[in-house]
Write a protein that binds this ligand. Structure first.
Ligand code: NAG
Ligand code: NAG
Ligand code: NAG
Length: 221
């Protein structure tokens, strides 16, 4: 009946693989979806960072640094013995403080009294001895401004990405629909002979017309 083309199997394997991917992911560090921020000079800013690891961690090493046009300037580094344990800060400049939560794998910091020179890239790095010293890092971009723009840029970005997301979704749905229609058409094509032979049987019986007024003339040649 329904013979599934081999491409479908491959597609399924791919989709299942994608679905399983997050579950087998090793140490990962993230500075959030936005990963950049505009902040007013003279204020304190939170530089966000979280990590995740599917198998947990022991003595996780973490480090925040600033990219001083090419060279790395360390801001804060330390270790976390295990989940929920207070971090052991090994080094920190007097302008930053640990602001995370080790119960939530949160290793954010606060940078005090920012100035224009603080604009740039901040790297959050982590290394997990339990995962054979696997490491990962993420970069957060800070832009220090003297005045916040009145127009809410984030809202524009949210709207733009929402619209983009919806359009993307529609495109994906359209492609999927095309693909499904194509697969169905292909399958139908293969089963055409069967369909034709079964529908070819004529079920109308002859001679069942009971009320035929014209019985007088039945010319038989
Ligand atoms: C921000 O920088 C401007 C220009 O250097 C300065 O006049 C202003 O006082 C600063 N604002 C704060 C809050 O430090
Ligand atoms: C590096 O940055 C400093 C300011 O932080 C600047 O004075 C210097 O010219 C920069 N060096 C290079 C090579 O761009
Ligand atoms: C991490 O901690 C900071 C400070 O407590 C908080 O503002 C931030 O939302 C937390 N991030 C996540 C992803 O929970």
């Amino acid at each position: 009946m329904w013979r599934i083309p081999p491409e479908t199997g491959l597609l399924l394997v791919y989709l299942i693989g994608l679905a399983w991917l997050p579950a087998i992911q090793p140490l990962e560090v993230s500075v959030g979806k936005t990963s950049s921020l505009e902040a007013l000079n003279g204020t304190d800013v939170l530089l966000p960072c979280t990590f995740s690891s599917c198998i947990g961690f022991d003595n996780l090493y973490f480090e925040w640094s600033y990219d001083q046009n090419g060279t790395k300037e360390e801001l804060l580094k330390g270790t976390i013995k295990s989940l929920g344990m207070e971090p052991r800060v090994q080094f920190s400049t007097d302008r930053v403080v640990f602001a995370g939560n080790t119960k939530l794998n949160n290793i954010s910091i606060i940078l005090f009294n920012i100035d224009f020179e603080d604009s740039g890239k901040y790297t959050c790095y982590a290394m997990n001895p339990r995962e054979k010293y696997r490491d990962h890092q993420a970069v957060f971009t800070l832009t220090v401004v003297s005045q916040m723009k009145v127009v809410d840029k984030t809202l524009t970005i949210i709207i733009a990405s929402a619209v983009g997301g919806v359009i993307g979704l529609i495109i994906v749905i359209m492609i999927l629909k095309k693909l499904i229609v194509f697969i169905i058409a292909k399958t139908r094509e293969k089963n055409k002979e069967c369909l034709v032979s079964s529908s070819g049987i004529d079920n109308t019986e002859n001679g069942l017309s009971g009320s035929k007024p014209d019985t007088k003339a039945t010319p038989k040649a």
